[in-house]
Design a protein around this ligand. Sequence first.
Ligand code: TRP
Length: 365
Amino acid sequence: MAQTESEGSDVRLEGTLQASMARSAAIEQDLPAHPGNYRMLTGDRPTGELHIGHYFGSLLNRVRLQDTGVQTWVLIADYQVITDRDGVGPIRERVMSAVATYLAMGIDPARSTIFTHSAVPALNQLMLPFLSVVTDAELRRNPTVKSEMEDSGRPLSGLLLTYPVHQAADILFCKANVVPVGKDQLPHLEIARVIARRFDERYGRAVPDHPVFPSPEALLSAAPNILGTDGTKMSKSKGNTIEIGMDADQTAKLVKRAVTDSERHITYDPVNRPEVSNLVLLAALCLGRDPQDIADQIGDGGAGALKRMVTEALNETLAPVRARRTELMAAPDHLREVLRQGNERANERADATLAQVRQAMQMVY
Ligand code: TRP
């Protein structure tokens, strides 16, 4: 019985994944022609420093979308930091460091809004009506929440259980219709769509014929998944990350220590040789070349030659971003001002949306 149930839900997830991938591909195709039709919200959880997994996996894509003319909102999700840990850590430093990295990479505060949860009260207030339209069972079966809880080794906090609803507020407060995410975030996008629809069904509309909230879609970029220097998922807590803000020597040291395997001949075989292939992929991404081609070139040169190539390619690729980051970090007043302005814009938008929500809910007194 339990077996059948879980098989059933796997089938459903598969179906959802395929449908999401198809919708995402259609949007990607339409984007360059009609960037004005899209508003993108993306964000990072400031639990650690941004690393090369973010660089190749999401940041480059964000800047690309901004530069096609898509309206861009970048959230530093500070309230998400406390979903699965006891304290906030050095959060001020991390938030400022993230702002510096965004700017260094080309997020342009004149066109894009960089903001934090904690500074936008009306966004957080959306959580109340949103919580009213989801059930306890729906929240509990979210596979991403489940795995985050297991990874944390802690009991499920009320916030971890409900953070996908809070994340729906992140997306819906600014009426974003596209959200670039990895597959792990698809269940959250589904909740956001369900909330948008149920809010409309249950509470009505501020303006006839116009639901208050659009239905947001995931943009599943073809971005590569970079592993940590030990060949497992890159994660601050495992100490296997290379941070964007590190210097060339630190990068060289970390690449040198990266795990490889005992076979000298280098091949690109992500399934059977994840550690070596991850290094090959990194070099390929930096150099804009095919991984297979990189592996062929190194061949019997072994892990040593591969690592030298990765170090050089990575340091060269990151050098301009690092240089701009260093300058920006030396101007904290400027970073604070960028964030202040972003938060101001986010508040304007959140206040306007909350006014429509109150209208729809007949709570205008
Ligand atoms: N949960 C996302 C992460 O872990 C960060 C995030 C917060 C986010 N709010 C969001 C992503 C809204 C997309 C949309 O990286």
